[in-house]
Design a protein around this ligand. Structure first.
Ligand code: NAD
Length: 297
């Protein structure tokens, strides 16, 4: 391996430490405790794990954590009523509705019912529009984490060629927008891209957010490029059992790249750290206080 490892686990710990410092200051100087409400509908096992982990980390940085666990049959009207209550609760600065929602609930409608200033996932249409026009917004957590790691490693990203593989609303599109806002020349590649290898070979920065195990081989990577692997895929091990891998083939990519994030321990830990960062930012904005530096885009 020649690439430098970008250690998302260690980076996330520094982000959480910075969040905890700001939380302590908000409490001591202003008597304010930032609060995050997480709403889980149904019993999806992966979602339950995420929600538990979010609640635990929220408490660890000194914030208030509220969990609303609703049954899988909850009606849209009841869910919207809860969101309305949380929108009007001054002790709650961030609201997150864990996705995916059960099929009978309209995700767009539910997400857009969250007040944009409390939308710590950054999925509300107003936040998407604000980000798209380069204005102050709540930024989706996973791309924000990727951006923080890229800025930390490179300093300025200005003028770099960036390729984002994947065009989801949660990762690919906001990632591309953030890189554009940082003056990269951005290409968004997706399932219909012709000659993906050729597109990726031009990139100084590759962000892979596809959901296909190890699909990017090392010979697609420009020597010295920075590779950010968002993918989280579980595959079978030849000797039995399973393991987590990303969307890039780590071994072959690490042999050519200048820097690379591992899976696990790369982008993953940054996502919850950025959720906490967004909650502190939302709390400061709600109270007309200066926002923490380095925790937003
Ligand atoms: P998605 O399924 O919504 O989007 C996948 C995108 O990949 C689509 O835009 C599609 O066009 C593109 N794609 C599919 N096949 C392709 C191909 N052969 N070539 C090029 N592009 C192709 O997925 P998502 O929600 O954006 O998540 C992507 C991956 O990132 C998943 O593995 C997911 O688990 C992971 N993820 C990780 C985190 C984290 O915290 N680390 C957060 C969100 C998602």
């Amino acid at each position: 391996m020649t690439a430098q490892l970008i250690d998302g686990k260690a980076f996330a710990a520094t982000v959480r430490a910075s969040v905890a410092e700001h939380v302590a200051r908000l409490k001591s100087d202003h008597g304010i405790t930032p609060g995050l409400a997480v709403v889980l509908v149904g019993e999806d096992p992966a979602s339950q794990v995420y929600v538990r982990s979010k609640g635990k980390q929220t408490l660890e940085v000194g914030m208030k954590s509220v969990e609303h666990k609703l049954d899988a049959e909850t009606s849209e009207a009841d869910l919207l009523r809860l969101i309305d209550q949380l929108n009007n609760d001054d002790s709650i600065h961030g609201i997150l509705v864990q996705l995916p929602l059960p099929k009978h609930l309209n995700e767009d409608l539910v997400i857009n019912a969250i007040h944009p200033s409390k939308d710590v996932d950054g999925f509300h249409i107003s936040n998407v529009g604000l980000l798209g026009t380069g204005q102050k917004s709540m930024v989706p957590c996973t791309p924000l984490g990727c951006l923080m790691m890229l800025r930390d490693y490179h300093g300025s990203l200005s003028g770099m060629d960036a390729v984002v593989i994947g065009r989801s609303n949660i990762v690919g599109k906001p990632m591309a927008q953030l890189l554009l806002n940082d003056s990269c020349t951005v290409t968004i590649a997706h399932s219909r891209t012709r000659d993906l290898a050729d597109v990726v070979r031009r990139a100084d920065i590759v962000v892979a957010a596809v959901g296909r195990p190890q699909m990017v081989p090392g010979d697609w990577i420009k020597p010295g490029a920075t590779v950010i692997d968002v993918g989280i895929n579980r595959i079978d091990k030849p000797e039995g059992g399973t393991r987590l891998v990303g969307d890039v083939d780590f071994e072959s990519c690490a042999a050519v790249a200048g820097a690379i994030t591992p899976v696990p321990g790369g982008v993953g830990p940054m996502t919850i750290a950025c959720l906490l960062a967004n909650t502190v930012t939302a709390c400061c904005r709600a109270n007309g206080l200066e926002e923490p530096q380095g925790l937003t885009a």
